[in-house]
Design a protein around this ligand. Structure first.
Ligand SMILES: Cc1cc2nc3c(=O)[nH]c(=O)nc-3n(C[C@H](O)[C@H](O)[C@H](O)COP(=O)(O)OP(=O)(O)OC[C@H]3O[C@@H](n4cnc5c(N)ncnc54)[C@H](O)[C@@H]3O)c2cc1C
Length: 474
């Protein structure tokens, strides 16, 4: 046994494990040991999740006197609003995904760790992950949301969610494989192959259904000249009476008109009850054959174990005060989709949007800097800048606080704002060029079916970072 005195800390070596600052570190905990060394003189902040909120926070406090550990299950940040364009082969996954290590290449006090967070011990101030345990002084939960299948195991097993780049690639493979399958399908199978069903008429469902309908009209007949695409049916299923329930009546009506113009079959007041991989059963007993059910019908907060149940509210979100502090925990914060903050202006919490996540991160970053200087903290205030959705080429709907507009100008507004939100200049350019080419040619060039090889599946088995829903199906 070796014993070293390092400043005020004790390091004890016990064969295959270490004791440091009173904590035992196994082989997996060695990375944590290194981080302990780094953060000896600084307060350590652990940020869980490198989505819109986590990434923004890390970037904003990178020059402050904190040692920051940013943990995510993926080694890249994902731009979720454009997942549907990856799923419909319009954009490459790399155009909307940004490697975290590249983003923080020059930051000495930010340590990126790729790990899946399993549990938080708020008493011992430890985050337990698949790659070891990490101690914190301040913890920020920015783990966002995951798909909500409302407890239906069949839907979870057979439907395609769209909550990660990996999901979007799986969906792209499914859609493209459908048409290869259709070439050789017998009369009994063709109907389920040629029906594509999107469940959930929020912005994601509407955008996806519109993109699929444009693919049917402009792209697929050129790729498969010997196939009859009048048999391809795109359905959009919504439980409420209108799609885009959170938008103005004008936007709802216009989006409905656009979808019908594009040939999407809109089923409103309709609830999916069950799905067995080839047939949907609706709540009213009706059925619809399909091999492709895309599930955009709900999300729930992605909360690691260990957060007290009393602070979790509707949708599993974590209740925070107006400084993003988790109720009852002095050094734990939550921002973005995972957080639920009631204010006078937002008595039912803020909407789960990228803009809210980014602004909560900005406010928390300012407060964390204030904390270092014992300055007063600022409460979070959010002004809704508006909502929007695009349905297809030159077709979008925009609701601003004082005005609502639809059509070509709305579509240009949607494109401009999404390009502004994309992280790097290179990616902005790539996306802009892709959009410009497809505007003039009505085509895309990304219709690759990239299925995982045996080696890839083995790699997934070896690495346990991923959440179950991100693991490649065997
Ligand atoms: C398809 C789609 C389209 C959307 N379109 C829009 C839009 O047009 N406009 C808009 O404003 N909003 C849109 N949203 C919502 C927007 O993306 C979210 O509000 C935003 O991503 C929330 O940011 P966040 O940082 O809270 O969470 P996220 O961006 O979801 O980030 C959470 C991060 O935490 C990581 N994570 C989660 N659990 C764990 C764990 N246990 N271990 C390790 N890492 C973990 C995830 O990998 C992820 O990187 C869309 C969402 C989806 C799914």
């Amino acid at each position: 046994m070796i014993e070293l005195t390092n400043h005020s800390s004790i390091f004890i070596y016990l064969g295959n494990s270490f004791i440091y600052k009173g904590t035992v570190f196994t082989r997996l905990g060695i990375a944590n040991f290194v981080l302990n060394y780094y953060s000896m003189n600084k307060s350590r902040v652990i940020i869980l999740g490198a989505g819109f909120a986590g990434l923004q926070l890390a970037r904003r406090i990178r020059n402050a006197a904190y040692e920051i550990i940013l943990i995510d299950q993926y080694n890249f940040h994902q731009f979720q609003p454009l997942f549907y364009q990856v799923a419909t082969a319009r954009l490459e996954p790399s155009a909307i995904s940004f490697p975290l290590r590249k983003v923080f290449q020059r930051e000495k006090n930010i340590h990126v760790r790729i790990a899946c967070v399993d549990e938080i011990d708020t008493q011992k101030q430890v985050v337990k992950t698949t790659e070891g345990d990490f101690e914190y002084d301040h913890l920020v939960l920015a783990t966002g949301c995951t798909t909500n299948f409302f407890g239906n195991k069949n839907i979870e097993q057979y439907a395609f969610p769209m909550k990660s780049t990996i999901d979007a690639i799986a969906l792209r493979n499914r859609i493209l494989l459908n048409f290869e399958d259709a070439l050789n399908a017998g009369p009994g199978d063709i109907e389920s192959i040629m029906n594509i069903v999107v469940a959930g008429g929020g912005p994601t469902g509407v955008e996806l259904a519109g993109a699929l309908a444009e693919m049917k009209k402009n792209v697929l007949p050129k790729d498969y000249p010997d196939m009859d695409f009048s048999r391809l049916n795109i359905y959009l299923v919504e439980g409420l009476h209108n799609t885009l329930a959170n938008m103005s009546k004008a936007s709802q009506d216009k989006s409905k008109e656009y979808l019908e113009l594009l040939g999407v079959n809109l089923l409103v007041d309709t609830l999916v009850q069950d799905y067995d991989g080839t047939q949907i059963t609706f709540k009213d007993g009706k059925t619809l054959k399909t091999k492709t059910l895309i599930w955009t019908a709900g999300v729930k907060a992605s909360v690691p174990n260990g957060i007290p149940k009393e602070v979790m509210v509707r949708g599993g979100r974590i209740q925070v005060d107006e400084y993003s502090k988790v109720k009852g925990l002095s050094n734990v914060f939550a921002i973005g989709d995972v957080a639920y903050m009631e204010t006078t202006e937002w008595p039912k919490g803020h909407p789960q949007l990228a803009n809210v996540a980014i602004n909560q991160a900005k406010n928390l970053a300012a407060n964390m800097k204030n904390m270092l200087q014992n300055k007063e903290l600022k409460p979070f205030k959010y002004k809704n800048p508006g909502t929007m959705a695009t349905v297809g080429k030159r077709k979008a709907v925009v609701d601003l606080p004082s005005i609502s507009f639809q059509g070509v100008f709305a579509w240009l507004t949607w494109m401009f704002l999404h390009l502004m939100l994309i992280l790097s200049v290179k990616n902005k350019l790539i996306i802009f060029i892709n959009w410009a080419i497809s505007y003039f040619t009505n085509d895309t060039t990304l219709r690759l079916i990239l299925l995982p090889s045996k080696k890839q599946v083995e790699l997934v088995d070896e690495h346990h970072f991923f959440h179950e829903d991100a693991v490649i199906e065997k």
